[in-house]
Design a protein around this ligand. Structure first.
Ligand code: NAD
Length: 381
């Protein structure tokens, strides 16, 4: 019987063809010089050229920063902030997946408030102030992280082998233009890893200790959409309904976990990625069924609901939930062993220990120690 608050600061424009409205949104901020933040993979799709053209036709000056790497580093955030200040930009536009969107979120904070992006993370985090000066518009091109609406930015600190998470409602973009057509060029293996990330957001936030009636409904809808459409999106990437539904699931799950947070899968995945550079969604997909097995006893009722939504079978039991998710992950080609994604045995203790640093652990329905995590990792090695 928790009390709760819901807050969706991002203005979301969802639908096929919404990209065409971008110049109007840029102009609504009276912006004249835009820094477009993206990655080299997207440069090859032709999308960035057409967005540049769209903006130039509307009289907006655009520079492109296309060097965001997957799981972007803290250094990249600073490079983008510098570039933005050098060009005397007046609006940040992120086009890409979580990596590009998070980089722009981080760069905005650094450009506005100075200091190092690490300063805004952890227990002694510098507060992030409401921002009225640098608008951020995002165009997600993967259906995965929910970063288009979330209060989080995740950055890789390779030096310290950790992921730095910055959390504040003031990180959320001003505008998210979610045009599912932009996800049609995502290759199948990335559709798979980003799509299973959506499912992990939905399941983890659903069983979170901070779940509330509103986030639960969003999470249930996201589970249903992923269960019904992820395989189609992976195997028939041109399928409009599948892409539309996955984009919707990503958004719903993002709004849900803004308020109800995540859990052990994300705590361990951050450490796995920190140690072995495993792409976020791959680490998540590999870990999720095992963490669900671990968590089952803490909320049988909710895991039963997950089973029933995913299977469409009203007699499904809670034990079916991890089985169904493992089957989905296998069907779409998510690796099943840590050793297959570059994790070595000597990393396991460190990963287990570092998982304990994650704030997401607080929201996991079943408490976990480093020893519990080590046992779970052994099972997946
Ligand atoms: P990503 O942004 O790293 O993109 C993965 C790859 O997909 C890139 O190579 C990119 O070029 C390619 N790609 C993207 N869109 C494409 C398209 N339309 N066509 C062809 N190729 C395309 O992947 P992601 O999974 O979206 O983001 C992962 C990052 O997001 C990680 O750093 C993770 O920690 C972070 N994350 C953030 C949040 C949050 O709330 N901010 C939540 C979860 C994860």
């Amino acid at each position: 019987m928790n009390s709760f608050q819901m807050f969706i600061p991002t203005n979301v424009h969802f639908g096929e063809g919404k990209l065409e409205e971008l110049p109007d949104h840029v102009k609504s901020f009276q912006a004249e010089r835009v820094l477009l933040v993206t990655d080299s993979g997207l440069m090859t799709t032709g999308l960035i050229d057409s967005i540049e053209q769209l903006l130039r036709n509307a009289g907006v000056e655009v520079e492109v920063y296309a060097d965001v790497e997957p799981d972007p580093s803290v250094e990249t955030v600073h490079k983008v902030a510098e570039r933005f200040s050098d060009m005397r930009g007046d609006l940040l536009l992120a086009v890409g997946g979580g990596s590009s969107m998070d980089t722009a979120k981080g760069a905005r904070i650094v450009a506005l408030q100075g200091g190092h992006i690490r300063d805004y993370s952890g227990l002694q985090a510098k507060p992030i102030r409401p921002n009225r000066n640098i608008p951020l518009i995002v165009l997600p091109t993967t259906a995965g992280t929910g970063s288009e609406v979330t209060f989080f930015g995740v950055f890789s600190d390779w030096e310290n082998k950790v992921k730095v998470t910055v959390t504040s409602p003031f990180l959320a973009p001003n505008i998210a233009i979610v045009d599912p057509a932009l996800t049609r060029t995502v290759p199948s293996h990335i559709t798979a890893s980003t799509g299973i990330d959506v499912l992990a957001h939905a399941v983890e936030t659903y069983v979170s200790r901070a779940a509330n009636p509103f986030s639960e409904k969003l999470a249930e809808s996201a589970v249903a959409l992923v269960g019904e459409h992820l395989r189609t999106a992976v195997f028939y990437g041109e399928n409009r309904l599948a892409r539309y539904s996955m984009a919707q699931a990503s958004l719903l799950a993002g709004v849900a976990f803004n308020h109800s947070f995540l859990g052990l899968t994300h705590a361990i995945a951050a450490a796995v990625s920190g140690y072995a550079h495993v792409p976020h969604g791959v680490a998540i997909g590999l870990l999720l069924p095992a963490v669900m097995d671990y968590n089952l006893r803490a909320n049988r009722t909710k895991f039963r609901v997950v089973s029933r939504i995913l299977s469409g079978d009203s007699a499904a039991t809670e034990q079916d939930a991890p089985v169904l998710v493992r089957q989905l992950a296998m069907d779409i080609g998510i690796p099943q062993h840590l050793r297959d994604v570059g994790v070595t045995e000597d990393m396991l203790d460190g990963i287990a220990k570092d998982s304990m640093q994650s704030v997401q652990l607080r929201f996991n329905p079943r408490p976990a120690t480093a020893l519990d995590v080590r046992a779970l990792l052994d099972g997946l090695y």
